[in-house]
Design a protein around this ligand. Structure first.
Ligand SMILES: [Zn+2]
Length: 266
């Protein structure tokens, strides 16, 4: 979650704005290997925004998955689609953690699921256990990482949601240690003519804008000569240190003469 600056046109940052409202020491990592991400929060998928992070599991299944804090299993699901085998654990501090694409559950959870499957005579099941029916402790192995559901390689899909609103938040705001000194990368900038009289560099169509990478890591666009109303767009991605994956940008700001003009923060 490092910053990317594009001089002249827009600023892109990949860092959250107000970290202080998210507990920083409440949760341990769901895995006991370094956090290497194959996907980030909010990145665009074919028909949705990604609501968690995808943690690489050393390209294998069976990696132990740990409860990030004390809590209780409040939802468990087995499906051929979506998150495959997935666990939801509600924690007393108001957050629910979600663990998807699991290979299998830990024995006491597996027992619960098996009963359910026999009762319903179905493989695909879903249930919402009462709070405290299946308690877990921080650091307890709750499952093993896998590739179930809509997953194209072994990884853990991990979310942190509000238990009440179920709104997902960026798990990287909770103090997890992800090595990330790598700036986001800018691939393309475009100017879009929006009004009938608009021109960009004497062009009436969508126009690619050239830019160069500066020594300090920022990008500087060539001057743009425009008339009428124009819009600006870009293509870019964020990378963390230990993986080549092109992950999504968490937040973007566009500044005009030093003032924020538009921004988003997923
Ligand atoms: Zn995912």
């Amino acid at each position: 979650m490092r910053k990317l600056f594009v001089a002249l046109l827009l600023f892109i940052t990949a860092i959250g704005t107000s970290q202080e409202k998210y507990p920083q020491d409440a949760f341990r990592s769901p895995v006991d290997i370094p956090l290497v991400l194959a996907g980030t929060f909010g990145e665009l998928r074919s028909n949705h925004f990604h609501s968690g992070i995808d943690i690489k599991t050393e390209q294998r299944e069976g990696l132990p998955i740990y409860a990030i804090a004390d809590g209780s299993v409040t939802r468990v699901k087995v499906s051929h689609w979506g998150y495959g085998k997935v666990l939801y654990i509600a924690h007393p501090n108001g957050y629910t953690s979600v663990y998807g694409h699991l290979q299998k559950f830990a024995p006491k959870i597996q027992e619960f699921v098996k009963k359910l499957q026999y009762k319903k005579k179905l493989y695909e099941v879903e249930d919402f256990p009462e709070y405290a029916e299946i308690k877990v402790e921080k650091g307890e192995i709750i499952a093993y990482g896998g590739n179930t559901g809509g997953s194209s390689g072994p990884h853990l899909h991990f979310e942190i949601r509000s238990s009440i609103s179920e709104k997902p938040t960026n798990p990287l705001l909770y103090g997890f240690d992800v090595r990330d000194a790598t700036n986001p990368t800018l691939q393309k900038i475009y100017g879009f003519p929006l009004s009938d009289d608009a021109q960009i560099n004497q062009n009436k169509n969508t126009t690619a804008i050239n830019f160069t990478r500066q020594k300090d890591g920022t990008f500087l666009a060539d001057p743009v000569y425009a008339t009428g109303t124009i819009g600006l767009g870009f293509i870019g991605y964020d990378r963390q240190d230990l993986a080549a994956n092109h992950n999504g940008l968490y937040s973007v700001q566009q500044l005009v003469n030093g003032k924020v003009y538009t921004d988003y923060d997923l």
